[in-house]
Design a protein around this ligand. Sequence first.
Ligand code: FAD
Length: 536
Amino acid sequence: MSTADDLLDVVVVGAGFAGLYALHKFREQGLSVRVFEAAPDVGGTWYFNRYPGARCDVESVDYSYSFSDELQQEWTWSEKYAAQSEILDYLNWVADKLDLRRGITFNTRVAAGVLDETTLRWSVTTEDGQSVTARFVVMATGALSAAITPAFDGLATFGGEIFHTAHWPHQGVDFTGKRVAVIGTGSSGIQSIPIFAEQAEHLYVFQRTPNYSIPAGNTALTAEQVAEVKATYSERRRISMRSGGGSPYVGTTKLTFAVSPEERHDAFEKRWQLGGVLYSKTFPDQLTNADANDEARQFWEQKIRAVIDDPQVADLLIPDDHPIGSKRICTDSNYFQTFNRPNVTLISVRRTPIASVDETGINTSTAHVDLDAIVFATGFDALTGSLGKIDIVGRGGERLRDDWAEGPRSYLGLANDGFPNLFVITGPGAPAVLANMVLHAESHVDWIADAIGYLDDRGYAGIEATPDAVENWLAELNRRAATTLFPRANSWYLGANVPGKPRVFMLFIGGFGVYNDICAEVAAAGYQGFDLIKGP
Ligand code: FAD
């Protein structure tokens, strides 16, 4: 623990789910901590993504902190999948209850972190010129926090209003009587389009990539359901931590073709009725065996075609270029049915690309669309975007963004050679967005807190991944990815949504439980793969 007034033990960047827990955990450990947050308040993802329809797709009772039974017992979720406002209320409640705000400097964006190699201390500077020194830096900057807006020709000349789902105005937006374009049909588009369609005079949906989406099946939680969860929370969490995706879901062990066609159909139907993302885990081989995947895809297609009136529109909405589940599967409430409405037009930008924007609307390669508003639902520079905006300078003056020029490098997704005492939470190299990210953030923060405790107890000043450990981990990520269907999709898991971004599969695909075991084994072996460094 540091003693000098001007030296912090830990600087945490970001005050979303991860940064808030990091602050609490490190503080409990007796460490001095300061959090810097670019936004005016806590919440991260749930502070910014206020678009209509925004909600989690992991069940609320699971998409919440597990570290304190008091929190679990006191908070009551109202819906199976909580809306953005409820999740933000929850995070504000946690921040107040744990007295976290005094540890956070809001409205302050971290611009740089520079390592002093002789002392192993990081000098962290903010855009407004503040500077602090810390023994450790924890990047809780968010896997999905750097929103992207495509650079269409003439966008600045548009005379109407422009919005991004990830920066939605706090006062809300009323599209009544307006001609509105939504660009993008990923998760944010799929959640918001049905609601925009109810308001707008006409909604034009510009789709590049059709996506698989499953009915969410969202419902209010009954008092009995809540009581049942609260009575069994510890077991629920234990199973989640051991599971593939961080939810208390135990799938069948039977493979797709080990059951009869009738049983297979019944299994898909049952999961369909339950709703939600777990459809892609109906059978354990759905994401490893192309034929098994196709069974799941065909069932999905038949369900979706049944709710779309115009077969030509259905043809456009049904993906034909990637296996089901190999991109993050979306969940919706009446998304596909929305295209039956007379005031909704689907425009495939694969067929008729957007050529430019002008004062009155969007020009595709074949037509002009008159508009009052454009909504970008174009997603994020995922996993590396926020980190890349910070000038992180490690050993020998090497910049993290240069080190990652060919794709992100890490050991366990947590640390990197050349950047001692710098940790990343739920970033590239970890299961990250493939898992329930709240529990994932908790397991990362716990691991980092333990590591700092280990170093402090033994008089070490630093911890640094070895180059071999990093190379082996990257090989492990690739080896595991190659056994699955994931690399077959041009997804943001590969950086494919950002022009010029290297195509590297960035996630650990072996499952959340397996990953947690690996991290625990590394720690138990005295931080195998890391150099532990004595002080200067
Ligand atoms: P974030 O919540 O992104 O917080 C990062 C914070 O860091 C932000 O507040 C940002 O302002 C700040 N920051 C970044 N750079 C800097 C800087 N240089 N200086 C200062 N501050 C900085 N995950 C799930 O597991 N289940 C879901 O159902 C789910 N639903 C989602 C729905 C939407 C619409 C989106 C966008 C994401 C969803 N996610 C979901 C992923 C979600 O991002 C994570 O679950 C979780 O909220 C991430 O928390 P975090 O603290 O790691 O990052």
